[in-house]
Write a protein that binds this ligand. Structure first.
Ligand code: COA
Ligand code: AMP
Length: 639
């Protein structure tokens, strides 16, 4: 374990605080610019200022061409390891560049140009990475939609982004189930008012999708034809502040937020993080076991490792069941990964199947140096279990889709700080993190409060929401003027370590996936027999939290409540997707409310979790809480 005095962290953090332009200007030198920025930060641009305003660049160039030019052409850039299909494939930097510039030419032939949006609804296959980079190459803005979302969620994103093209595949593969994407895509396009001009469909050996005449094109044939014709597309010059991508994330309603990521700041911060935070050298093998549909996948499967000249691993599988709880150790050993990054839930799944870690004995993990966890609170039990098993540092770090990279972590490249279980350690350079009360006043150490970040946010963080500056202001900068509201609550200890304890809004974190209970309530309310409802996240040993929905039926409904509960579970799966993991609907006679009619979700959660709770002083009818307890017990939930 590191010693605080031996780490350069304090010095580097102080430099970034005292001279942000000097610090980030220096970090920007690690990037190839077409026109280097002369102004590092312009506080008058954008909603709260913009980074590298007059610089121009191309992100794809920095991930591929520059490395080929520098002699990394033969080094593996991308290793595709897919236990669910029994496939392994490696692409060198030269091969990856070849694929990307060919696909970029295909996109260009469809008329896709700088600033156009392209939606990717893709499983974890190399073509998903090719597509992201091909968009970046021609200045198009990609928006990747996670494969576990249903047609309706995809439709909402199509309407918001109005893409020129959609790139998809015939199917995704879940253990024991092939998920056909084409019917979901067709339904989404039917539901959306913004229609794409065309769709490129990647056929897979498991499923051949039927293409819609005049709209759908066979991805493989177009690629082969472009290759045969020697078509390639060059990198297009974009402003550092131009969007690289939009990534939708759950907001407090059913309408997702389109987080915008720029090109310049994103490259600078991600490149810095590969060494400063993750302690990785160019040429090393880095594995992030997330999905390209999430921000962690964008940043650490695709962009950061390639910006840094590393080999990245794209894993189409699960921590358990593909085929067993030794899958992660196999991938690390077989490809020589020096570090891996995943969600705590994945380790809880392995721990549950193989508590003794017996599978590990079969594999040589001698190159493996660090395990990074993020996406949800890392419970100390899982952390300690992983440390004892792997004998390497296990580093929790705190993130949001909005920030694009870690807010607080343990900077391995600057010298590791002592680990405190339950804390993701300290703010990264550029993040001035404060704990405040409702009046935006800082609270003393060890006292819980709202976690806010003093504006401006560092490079890579969202400058705004896609075409919604006002929603950005309202969601993030209005409640605590001068600060970005993280919507997380927590505290700082006397060493400046942060503790992230939970959300202050309706977001829950299910197996590392961010979901809005408000969005689920909208679905429940749409059931014709439901009068009112409340969805809460309740504790789950494996997934951290799972949703639980309470419904009050309309008077006069005589159908058996269990039938309606089943329909509600199916409705959430159909409208939001299997990723919501919504399996528990409970019918009750009434919901507990305050005298002013506010549903007491917090108290309901405490009852469901078996935590101690106090009767809220403002409750309208205390008897209702007992009814909730009884209803939960009836379903085997709660103490
Ligand atoms: N496409 C279609 N369906 C998907 C999907 C995808 N890309 N990803 C998940 N699903 C489905 C699952 O098949 C499951 O369906 P089911 O209800 O029919 O079983 C449902 O969505 C819930 O999935 P998940 O929450 O992932 O649970 P799981 O039981 O399949 O697996 C874990 C549990 C812990 C193994 C798994 O959640 C995991 O590996 N999590 C890591 C999380 C992660 O990488 N987060 C990224 C942020 S860092
Ligand atoms: P997402 O936008 O999907 O990355 O989810 C972001 C949210 O996940 C944060 O606001 C936190 O609530 C939670 N989260 C992410 N990482 C951590 C962590 N290391 N510890 C605690 N919570 C985390």
């Amino acid at each position: 374990m590191g010693k605080a005095g031996q780490s350069r962290y304090a010095q580097v953090y102080a430099r970034a605080m005292n001279d942000p332009e000097g610090f980030w200007g220096e970090a920007a030198r690690a990037i190839d610019w077409i026109k280097p920025p002369t102004k590092i930060f312009d506080k008058n641009a954008g909603v709260y200022g913009r980074w590298f305003v007059d610089g121009t660049c191309n992100t794809c160039w920095n991930t591929l061409d520059r490395h080929v030019d520098a002699g990394r052409g033969q080094q593996a850039a991308l290793i595709y390891d897919s236990p669910v299909t029994g496939t392994k494939k490696s692409f060198s930097y030269a091969e990856l560049l070849d694929e990307v510039r060919t696909l970029a030419a295909v996109l260009r032939d469809f008329g896709v140009a700088k600033g156009d949006r392209v939606i990717l609804y893709m499983p974890m296959v190399p073509e998903a990475v090719f597509a992201m980079l091909a968009c970046a190459r021609i200045g198009a803005i990609h928006s990747v939609v996670f494969g576990g979302f249903a047609a309706k969620e995809l439709a909402t994103r199509i309407d918001d982004a109005s893409p020129k093209l959609i790139l998809s595949a015939a199917c995704g593969i879940e253990p024991g189930r092939v998920v056909k994407y084409k019917p979901l895509l067709d339904e989404a396009i039917r539901l959306a008012s913004a229609k794409p001009e065309a769709c490129l469909i990647l056929q897979r050996p498991q499923v051949t999708a039927v293409l819609t005449h005049g709209r759908d094109y066979d991805w493989g044939s177009l690629r082969d034809a472009a290759r045969a014709a020697g078509k390639t597309a060059d990198c297009v010059e974009v402003a550092a502040t131009d969007p690289l991508y939009i990534l939708y994330t759950s907001g407090t309603t059913g309408r997702p937020k389109g987080v915008v990521r720029d090109n310049g700041g994103h490259m600078v911060a991600l490149k810095w993080s590969m060494h400063g935070l993750y302690g990785i050298e160019p040429g090393e093998i880095f594995w992030c076991a997330s999905d390209v549909g999430w921000v962690v996948g964008h940043s650490y499967i695709v962009y950061a490792p390639l910006l840094h000249g590393c080999t990245t691993i794209l894993y189409e599988g699960k921590p358990v069941g593909t085929p067993d709880a030794g899958a992660f150790w196999r991938v690390i050993a077989e490809h020589g990964a020096v570090a891996m990054f995943t969600a705590p839930t994945a380790f809880r799944a392995i721990k549950k199947e193989d508590p003794q870690g017996k599978f590990l004995a079969q594999y040589d993990l001698s190159k493996f140096r660090t395990l990074f966890l993020a996406g949800e609170r890392a419970d100390p039990d899982t952390l300690k279990w992983a440390e004892a098993l792997l004998h390497v540092p296990v580093i929790d770090h705190w993130w949001q889709t909005e920030t694009g990279w870690c807010i607080a972590g343990n900077p391995m490249g600057l010298g590791m700080l002592p680990v405190k279980h339950g804390s993701p350690t300290v703010p990264m350079p550029g993040y001035d993190v404060r704990i405040v009360d409702e009046s935006n006043r800082e609270v003393p150490v060890n006292q819980m409060g709202s976690i806010v970040i003093k504006l401006p946010l560092p490079p890579a963080c969202l400058p705004t929401l896609w075409q919604q500056d006002d929603r950005f202001r309202e969601s993030y900068t209005t409640e605590f003027p001068g600060y970005y509201k993280t919507a997380d609550a927590g505290f700082k200890d006397s060493d400046g370590y942060l503790y992230i304890m939970g959300r202050t809004d309706d977001i829950i974190n299910v197996a590392g996936h961010r979901l809005s209970t408000g969005g689920m309530e909208e679905v429940l309310s749409s059931h014709p027999d439901v009068a009112e409802c409340a969805v809460i996240g309740i504790k789950d040993e494996l997934k951290g939290e799972v949703p639980c929905g309470f419904v009050v039926l309309k008077s006069g409904v005589t159908r058996p409540p269990t039938d309606i509960e089943k329909e509600i579970v199916a409705l959430v799966r159909e409208h939001i997707g299997p990723v919501a993991a919504f399996k528990l609907a409970i019918t009750v006679n009434r919901l507990p409310k305050t005298r002013s009619g506010k549903i007491l979700r917090g108290t309901m959660k405490k009852i469901a979790d078996g935590d101690t709770w106090a009767m809220p002083a403002t409750i309208d009818d205390p008897g209702v809480l007992d009814e909730i307890g009884v209803a939960l017990k009836g379903k085997g939930v709660g103490a």
